[in-house]
Design a protein around this ligand. Structure first.
Ligand SMILES: O=S([O-])[O-]
Length: 296
């Protein structure tokens, strides 16, 4: 039994005329007849008494008519509910982000997300890059943000913005007044970095290695804020994302060292499991994210 056949049957029972039914449903008269014949065959009964002058529904036709109306209504309701389900953005969305992104980039995005979808319950987890990747793999978070890219066959990793990293020192560091600094001049400096497993650490090591600089002294901290305070207090240098040091630079608590012919750019990416692709909350979040970064 097809839903279409039931719809034809209900219409014919209402208008009591094959030609008018065909016109109303935009189908041919033989199709109307075929639909009724199929139903009669399926239920093994006559649904209408036919005569050249009238068409009358039989008692079994009346039974089917009542049920057919219910079936059509339930079908339409189910269709509507599924449509609404796909369009309703509500419930929990768990986002994981590495420190720089979580503390300095994500807040403006969350503001927009909350404004657009107030029924979303957002939970943020901050961790380093390795922790975020692990949490996405284990479905502890719906979507994650990491610095750099990664080779993870079972995850979607999509770069969404580029961030400039700067070598910073305290504002009274002796090198601050030089016009240009070669990387080799930093040979005796102490570096401050995040812990192993963080994107920040990987990038610092990558930049130093590219410039042939061996670290003589390294301080490790698992907080960007702690690194900034330590640099401000003259403990050493660090390589930090521009977005994370805007205020300290504006207030001259930190100074950017003018490294000759160097720009340290790194992409930031979002990452999610392919299973999450059809999660409506993740989908909505990605849209907000892409809109926001298209504008910048
Ligand atoms: O928090 S980070 O730099 O992976």
């Amino acid at each position: 039994m097809q839903l279409e056949e039931l719809k034809t049957f209900v219409t014919l029972a209402e208008v009591k005329n094959f030609t008018k039914t065909a016109d109303k449903l935009l189908m041919s008269q033989p199709t109307v007849s075929l639909h009724i014949k199929n139903l009669e065959k399926e239920f093994n009964t006559e649904l209408f008494q036919r005569s050249p002058k009238f068409l009358k529904i039989t008692p079994s036709g009346q039974l089917l008519l009542n049920r057919a109306k219910e079936i059509i209504e339930i079908y339409d309701r189910a269709k509507q509910e599924i449509l609404e389900y796909h369009h309703k953005i509500a419930g929990k969305l768990t986002i994981g982000a590495s420190y720089t992104i979580g503390e300095y980039i994500l807040p403006s995005l969350l503001f927009e997300l909350q404004r657009k979808y107030p029924a979303l319950e957002i939970e943020i987890m901050i961790g380093n890059r390795e922790e975020i990747l692990q949490s996405v793999r284990q479905f502890r978070i719906d979507i994650g943000f990491i610095e750099g890219e990664a080779k993870e066959n079972e995850l979607h990793i999509i770069p969404f913005m580029e961030e400039e990293f700067l070598v910073v020192s305290s504002s009274d560091h002796p090198l601050v007044h030089k016009e240009k600094i070669n990387f080799s001049e930093l040979i005796n400096e102490t570096w401050l970095s995040r812990e192993v497993g963080s994107g920040n650490r990987d990038f610092l090591m990558e930049v130093l290695a590219k410039n042939g600089l061996k670290i003589k002294s390294l301080l490790t901290m698992n907080s960007i804020q702690a690194i900034k305070e330590s640099v401000i207090n003259g403990l050493g240098l660090s390589l930090l994302a521009q977005n994370s040091i805007k205020r300290e630079i504006a207030h001259r608590y930190l100074a950017v060292l003018p490294i000759a012919q160097q720009s340290f750019k790194r992409s930031f990416s979002y990452v999610y499991s392919p299973i999450m692709k059809n999660n409506k909350n993740v989908e909505a979040f990605i849209l907000v994210l892409e809109e926001q970064w298209k504008q910048t």
